[in-house]
Ligand binder design. Structure first.
Ligand SMILES: [Zn+2]
Length: 507
């Protein structure tokens, strides 16, 4: 990993990021990305990761990965997701300089909880959530608020040793009871989660008191010297909460960059919805092509440079941004068009019988239209008694019905005699491309009638489209991104002697 790069990697667009606020105040710019390992990452996370990482690189600073895994009940992490998230972040070319896991740092959170209890800036509240809400919404103090630090330390011990059960008590940070936003007033910082009912995937039943997101991340941001917290506008209230905690601890608040919301037209970015769909078996898993997870995008042939371009377009601006599949696909197409080799794949094939084929014809097709240096692809048509059998896509049938002559790409021109159901009779017309142009013959993609491989294309809706795919594709490897001529881009997901499985990206 390079720490000397002045510009973020793969920044192929001319765009750059605007300066960070008050960067000069800090000897080292430190940013962090703090995912909860309760699922893989998805399109909704790319802005936080890429901006945080690329800013750290831009300022020759440090980028931290911090796993925020302190909710074993509602946002329960799972061991597999730590690694999957690491894979996602690496794939985005956002290598981190240091990694922290919140569940390793619980004693640190306890230490700071005790500090703010001793200083009288926090108390143990034993109200029911309903009572607390009633009080706080009308600006009234919880009855526990006026207790002494000594009394609160006793109650804190009861939280830790199990005398209080789940939901019986919560540690709250004192704020302004008249704060215009009730969500800021005396916010909860640590709570009890039954360790037997909800063991933590990493530390098991070791802890029964867990910090809430606001407390744990705020403590770590200071202790890990984070200079700039780059995150969405939905965290504005959290920044207000943090101010009270930092004041109590005598810490200086770091810089915040709150970017606008990400609105999507046709992309469902709800993590809980995705998890639900997987649990209910509506989708096949976290890399199902219907999901906007990075794992699914990676599988389908989207590239990190395209996602980085999208993030740079949005930047760290506070205005809301809109994202659609059209937008993501158009950006990705520009990135992969130059690297994807071309192959013929005939979706839902039908047979065309061509009479009058007097000899073997060879079609020479480019592997890539702009890479004449690469060896081309050769497809052979061998007639049997003057008649050749070819495969074309059933989606071209309407075109054939309307045309007298069509050109089979890079092969020869044929005259259509009859189109009946899934059977096409044609006759050899001419070989010359100019002849096809003279009669404005449309181009039709084709494959020889036999000796093809089986192509199985997994579409974005997870349906499978099958058809023959040319044998030349054997020179590719699993993971390569290809273009299926006139069908679309995709990534080879698996190959064996007969079957090539491709995950479809877009046209
Ligand atoms: Zn209370």
């Amino acid at each position: 990993m390079s720490r000397t790069a002045a510009a973020p990697p793969n920044q192929s667009s001319a765009r750059t990021l605007p300066a960070l606020p008050n960067a000069e105040k800090y000897a080292t710019i430190v940013t962090r990305f703090a995912p909860n390992p309760d699922f893989v990452l998805h399109l909704g996370s790319i802005r936080a990761i890429i901006l945080s990482h690329d800013y750290a690189r831009m300022y020759k600073g440090r980028f931290l990965l911090r796993f925020d895994d302190t909710d074993p009940r509602l946002k329960k992490s799972a061991l597999e997701y730590y690694d999957l998230i690491r894979e996602d972040v690496r794939w985005l070319e956002c290598q981190w300089d240091a990694e922290y896991i919140a569940s390793d740092r619980v004693p640190i959170y306890y230490e700071h909880a005790e500090k703010v209890i001793r200083s009288g800036d926090a108390y143990i509240c034993t109200c029911t959530p309903e009572d607390f809400r009633l009080n706080i919404n009308s600006g009234r103090a919880c009855p526990d608020r006026s207790k002494s630090p000594e009394q609160n330390l006793v109650a804190w011990e009861k939280m830790l040793d199990g005398e209080f059960g789940e939901g019986d008590a919560v540690l709250r940070i004192k704020t302004d009871l008249g704060h215009p936003n009730p969500a800021v007033r005396d916010w909860p910082a640590l709570r009890i989660i039954d360790p037997v009912k909800y063991p933590h995937p990493r530390v098991g039943e070791k802890y029964r008191v867990w910090p809430l997101f606001n407390f744990g991340s705020a403590i770590d941001d200071h202790l890990l010297s984070v200079s700039h917290v780059i995150r969405g506008k939905e965290h504005l209230t959290n920044a207000l909460r943090t101010e009270y905690l930092y004041k109590a601890l005598g810490w200086e608040i770091q810089e915040y960059v709150h970017y606008g919301r990400l609105k999507t037209t046709d992309i469902k970015l709800s993590k809980s919805l995705m998890v639900k769909e997987i649990e209910e078996g509506l989708v096949g898993g976290y890399s199902d092509p219907r999901l906007p997870t990075l794992a699914a995008l990676r599988r389908r042939g989207y590239v990190p440079s395209a996602l980085r371009k999208i993030v740079y377009e949005m930047g760290p601006r506070p205005v809301d941004a809109t994202l659609s599949w059209d937008n993501v696909n158009a950006t990705n197409r520009k990135e992969i068009d130059s690297i994807a080799n071309r192959y013929s794949f005939i979706a839902n094939p039908i047979t065309m019988t061509v009479s009058g084929v007097d000899r073997t014809y060879e079609a020479h097709l480019p592997l890539h239209p702009e890479r004449k240096d690469l060896p081309g692809r050769v497809s052979k048509v061998v007639p049997d008694n003057g008649s050749a059998s070819l495969l074309i896509s059933s989606s071209d049938v309407d075109l054939l019905k309307k045309s007298k002559v069509v050109r089979l790409m890079e092969l020869f021109n044929v005259e259509i005699k009859s189109v009946e159901n899934n059977d096409i009779e044609a006759a050899f017309h001419s070989q010359d491309y100019m002849k096809a142009r003279e009669v404005k013959a449309p181009l039709v993609n084709w494959l020889p009638g036999e000796n093809n491989l089986i192509g199985e294309v997994v579409m974005p809706d997870a349906s499978r489209t099958e058809g023959p795919i040319e044998t030349n594709i054997r020179q590719e490897k699993v993971g390569n991104i290809i273009q299926m001529v006139r069908f679309g881009f995709g990534r080879i997901d698996a190959m064996n002697d007969q079957i090539i499985t491709v995950y479809y990206a877009h046209r």
